[in-house]
Design a protein around this ligand. Structure first.
Ligand SMILES: Cc1cc2nc3c(=O)[nH]c(=O)nc-3n(C[C@H](O)[C@H](O)[C@H](O)COP(=O)(O)O)c2cc1C
Length: 303
């Protein structure tokens, strides 16, 4: 039992941690998570009503999103001086119960690395568009790789122009398939609401450009506007925009536990990138088409 003053501190910490957790990125901003609080214990659940049944029938991206939220939760508790103890998928009979988290006693203060990462939770934003030609420094890429590895993931950089071009072409093919498939299109429509919406979930029109600029190589963006003229005016950028550093985030297994690891690794990488004023664009279309995902996995995700 904790003395009552410590219990109050733990309760406040848990509440703040959940507020920080929900700042995580999620596929189409579906926010597919639920948190339960009982004293100093937190349960993290997937909200299957928010799964993309067409694009993500296995719930892989739903669990990646929940993993990202779990990472924020852990980071926030560390920032507040608690050591989170996490049991992933604690009950095989309840697959939507993703994690049980409880707090170990308070420590002195969070380390500098925790403070720097924590400061990025509300600064991090998904980017949709191209990048300036300046390369990402080797030291930063090493730091991003390390961040992924600390969470059981691996970042593979596509350096070869042909590999980057192939990934761009596969993304283009998948985008085309999805736009031509009415069930995909209906799902995008559900999660990219009209500008008049009062909803707080889904991809809002202020979050994507009216027209996505071409990049070299060209990775097409998702068509959230669907020909309605929604989206913000693109900024006047001179010259050709680049696709930036092209990185594949992989895990050893392809299981729900590995998807949660992938989400935690993703969020740690994104926060580390934000420390260097870098943002990420997501090119996940081809990963939602099983044949293309299998091809990418076999060809580009090995050692
Ligand atoms: C698993 C996953 C897949 C995503 N896929 C895409 C995508 O295909 N296209 C896109 O523009 N954004 C994608 N996103 C970014 C989300 O749309 C974004 O996180 C969400 O709208 C919230 O915005 P924020 O990240 O700026 O907070 C993805 C995010 C996650 C976690």
């Amino acid at each position: 039992m904790m003395p009552s003053q410590s219990t109050d501190i733990a309760t406040d910490a848990v509440r703040r941690a959940v507020e920080d957790a929900v700042q995580a990125p999620s596929v189409h901003n579906t926010q597919p998570w639920r948190f339960g609080i009982s004293g100093s214990r937190i349960s993290v659940r997937a909200d299957a009503d928010r799964r993309l049944d067409v694009a993500d029938p296995d719930g892989r991206e739903m669990l990646i999103s929940c993993g990202a939220a779990l990472y924020n939760l852990r980071l926030s508790l560390r920032m507040q001086g608690f050591e989170p103890v996490v049991r992933l998928l604690p009950d095989p009979d309840r697959p939507h119960l993703l994690a049980d988290v409880h707090l170990e006693s308070q420590r002195e203060r969070a380390g500098d690395e925790v403070e720097r990462e924590y400061a990025q939770i509300r600064r991090r934003r998904s980017h949709r568009g191209g990048f300036r030609p300046d390369p990402v420094g080797a030291g930063v890429l090493t730091a991003l790789r390390h961040a992924a590895e600390q969470e059981g993931g691996r970042l593979i950089q596509a350096v070869d122009a042909h590999v980057k071009g192939t990934l761009a072409a596969l993304t283009d093919a998948a985008e085309h398939v999805q736009q031509c498939t009415s069930s995909y299109a209906a799902e995008i429509a559900r999660w990219a609401p009209a500008p008049t919406t009062s909803r707080k979930d889904g991809v809002q029109q202020g979050a994507y450009p009216r027209q996505t600029p071409r990049t070299e190589p060209h990775f097409p963006a998702r068509d959230f506007a669907r020909g309605q003229g929604w989206g913000v005016e693109p900024s006047d950028d001179d010259g050709t925009l680049r696709a930036g550093a092209v990185l594949l985030l992989v895990t050893g297994d392809d299981t729900p536990a590995a998807w949660l690891d992938a989400g935690q690794a993703l969020q740690r990488v994104l926060l580390r990138a934000a420390e260097h004023d870098l943002a990420a664009v997501y090119h996940t279309q081809a990963l939602q088409v099983p044949e293309l995902r299998a091809f990418i996995r076999a060809r580009f995700c090995g050692d």
